[in-house]
Design a protein around this ligand. Structure first.
Ligand code: ADP
Ligand code: MG
Length: 707
């Protein structure tokens, strides 16, 4: 393998010592293309090999690392069924039996031969049958070429990297040690000195070195919790870069983009306020004040509004949209699905009729002629307010004078959609609404480029929703509870996950459930609602449910959002174990909207995973959207963050949004300070940072056009 004379961080992995084409392929599989990727590929755990015990020093109950030579190995049978593989290891001071209950016989026979040197780590237990001896079950094993090799792997804290089949830990570790040796000297600092000082960060090169090769004095517990000085520096660095990118983008949008300053509190708003049957909540007033301040500026608003389900976002959206219309501009309300768009349309319709505002619904389910008519009305400006899906901002629709867009994301996060809007002429004002209150750490990461405000208060008179978990064998009880509500004059939702039987035959489908209910309670007026029905049919059913003609609505998740029937007090969710936490919370939010006590019944089916059980327990325990959102993040883990992968954000390699949330705020503060002082990043001390930013997120945030 020819060695590159002058190493560079962009060297492909094939250039690394000990890496041929086959290993290069394996490294690619780990996502490692260049030497720099390797430098940043950190161990996911560590093993303490500082102290290698003599076998004679081992004690029952402790977890220890010891070495020895195999003196005997073979398959044992215990009774008729159980098999185990036992290896006897000796080091001159004593012997330990290592045991495996799960193993591949051929592999074990080949690897554990007499005379093989091993290094073992595991918890020692006393052999119950033979009395004296110690044993270790399923230990971590490292095979040593010979006893002399022991000194290479001992006396240190050893990193463990996540590997892939075909590349063993020892080889991977060797490759990484070489990388550290040859390439680490090329790594440069990019965090400005004053940030280093105020955050007490160690230099980048040291941090990487200590993370790959922890010094012997390092505390293992700190390393295990990702709180060693090296690790915290790297965590901070990741958040810092991200927040730098977001702050620059936000500043850029605020200063360079021209927007239209609007006059607020115009005639439509005043008329609406006179007609409203209730007072705005304090939270709605507070949020609207901020929004109106934004709209009065001659740069586009870029604001995120989050508020729990039922907090009254729709009204805030309406007032915001009417402000644009008062100024002779058009408003657009965009929802993630056609069904939700339809629902928004139905909710806004009475207001728009009363105010004489031209409202249209633009969805693909319409007949072509209607679609074309709407397209023309939007283009001519006759349509003042259009409701549709996110596809409104895509190619086909042209607005006469779009002034404001409200994007309802519910619990989907798609941060960068704004870009497409800007291309529709002068940049319209944008309000993004999200229904699931997201943990602050996540909001600051996903929406770091927006101004954020929150509806932190529900309209008055809301009653708590008692939530109960049932297993399917107690469904009868759940149905009796529904019956009681019906007898009292209330209405109920029964929600099922799928429309038709598909892969899982045992899944209770919405039609089955509907049939079953009709049979058991022939007296109830029921209806079936799902996405395959024609739009007119769906709307008719919804109107009948609103009027109370239908008592029990059996539905798929089409009712997840937007439906508002205060007399509905019961929500039964079938196969609740299949729903995500955010979705369960949304569904539950359909009840508890009137003056009556409400109930949410979660019907779970076995088998139920520990995660699913944790989700249902979180629902039973709390109705607080923030608590639910935080639990969601904890249960899912950061690997699967609600679609962050598609959100345009770079993947966090070291930092973890749950574990490391405490570093986000300081990273954001430092980033803001720098952006304020040097928005173009022209100062000499910020040049390394600028370079690092371009490397890390250049493409994603279109930095070139921002700086
Ligand atoms: P969200 O969209 O945030 O889930 P909605 O906008 O659907 O919530 O509002 C839920 C319900 O609360 C609706 O019936 C709405 O008419 C009502 N509502 C909104 N604001 C108020 C208020 N200030 N006082 C009383 N009821 C309100
Ligand atoms: Mg709503």
């Amino acid at each position: 393998m020819p060695q590159n004379p002058k190493p560079s961080l962009s060297d492909p992995v094939q250039f690394l010592k000990g890496v041929g084409p086959k290993r290069a392929e394996l490294l690619h599989r780990l996502g490692l293309q260049t030497a720099e990727d390797c430098v940043q590929f950190l161990p996911f755990r560590y093993e303490d090999r500082r102290h290698i015990c003599k076998i004679a020093e081992l004690h029952r109950g402790e977890t220890a690392t010891f070495s020895g030579v195999v003196t005997d190995a073979g398959l044992l049978r215990m009774g008729r069924r159980r098999r185990l593989f036992e290896v006897v290891v000796e080091d001159g001071t004593g012997q330990v039996r290592a045991k495996w209950f799960k193993f591949r016989e051929q592999y074990m026979g080949e690897k554990y031969t007499a005379g093989q040197s091993l290094l073992l780590t595991g918890k020692l237990v006393e052999n119950r049958y033979l009395g004296a001896g110690l044993e270790v079950v399923h230990p971590d094993v490292e095979f040593l070429e010979n006893e002399a090799e022991l000194k290479n792997v001992s006396g240190k804290i050893i990193p463990v990297y996540s590997s892939t089949e075909g590349l063993n830990q020892k080889s991977l570790r060797q490759i990484m040690q070489n990388v550290v040796e040859h390439y680490l000297p090329l790594v440069e600092e990019f965090i400005p000195p004053n940030v280093m000082a105020s955050q007490k960060l160690i230099p980048r090169r040291d941090a990487l070195e200590q993370t790959h090769c922890p010094p012997a004095g390092q505390r293992l517990t700190e390393l295990g919790k990702c709180r060693s000085p090296g690790q915290t520096r790297l965590i901070f660095e990741e958040f810092f870069l991200l927040q730098m990118g977001l702050s620059l983008k936000r500043r850029h949008e605020k200063t360079r983009e021209k927007g239209l300053a609007l006059k607020t509190r115009g005639p439509l708003i005043q008329k609406l306020m006179r007609q409203l049957p209730f007072e705005l909540t304090g939270a709605q007033k507070k949020v609207l004040t901020r929004i109106m301040q934004d709209l009065e500026q001659d740069r586009p608003m870029n604001r995120l509004l989050h508020g729990d389900v039922g907090s009254g976002k729709t009204l805030v959206a309406l007032i915001t949209l009417l402000t644009a219309i008062d100024n002779g501009l058009q408003g657009a309300l965009m929802a993630p699905t056609e069904l939700l768009a339809e629902q928004h349309y139905l909710n806004l319709k009475p207001y728009c009729e009363a105010l004489n505002v031209g409202l249209d619904l633009s969805i693909s389910a319409l007949p072509p002629a209607d679609k074309e008519a709407i397209r023309q009305r939007v283009e001519s400006g006759e349509t003042q307010l259009v409701v549709g899906t996110h596809s409104l901002i895509q190619k086909d629709v042209r607005f006469a004078k779009l002034g404001l867009a409200v994007i309802d994301e519910q619990h989907r996060f798609g941060v960068l959609q704004r870009e497409a809007l800007g291309k529709k002429g002068t940049s319209p004002h944008v309000l993004v609404m999200t229904a699931t209150p997201i943990p602050r750490s996540l909001a600051m990461t996903l929406y770091g480029d927006m101004d954020v405000c929150q509806l932190d208060e529900l309209p008055p008179g809301r009653r708590p929703i008692a939530t109960k978990k049932f297993y399917e064998n107690r469904r009868d009880e759940a149905y009796r509870i529904i019956d009681r509500e019906i007898q009292k004059g209330r209405q109920a939702y029964v929600v099922c996950p799928l429309i038709e039987e598909s892969e899982k035959v045992d899944l209770h489908t919405v039609t089955d459930v509907h049939e079953d209910l009709k049979r058991r309670y022939p007296g109830w007026n029921t209806a079936l609602l799902h996405g395959r029905l024609k739009k007119e049919e769906r709307q008719r059913i919804m109107m009948q449910f609103k009027d109370g003609a239908i008592q029990v609505l059996v539905a798929t998740t089409v009712i997840e959002v937007g439906i508002d029937v205060p007399n509905a007090t019961l929500m039964l969710i079938e196969h609740a174990e299949r729903f995500g936490l955010a979705q369960l919370h949304q569904l539950r939010g359909r009840v508890g909207r009137g003056q009556y006590d409400s109930l949410c019944l979660l019907v779970a089916h076995h088998p139920i995973s520990p995660e699913a059980k944790a989700r249902l327990d979180a629902m039973v325990k709390s109705q607080d959207g923030f608590y639910i959102a935080e639990q969601d993040l904890n249960i899912r883990g950061p690997g699967d963050l609600m679609g962050t992968r598609q959100s345009g954000l770079p993947l966090l390699r070291v930092a973890n949004l749950v574990r490391d949330a405490e570093y986000i705020e300081p990273a954001r503060k430092e980033a803001l300070k720098i952006v304020e002082a040097d928005p173009g990043l022209v100062l000499p001390e910020n040049q390394p940072l600028k370079l690092a930013l371009e490397n890390a997120l250049g493409g994603r945030l279109q930095l070139a056009s921002i700086l």
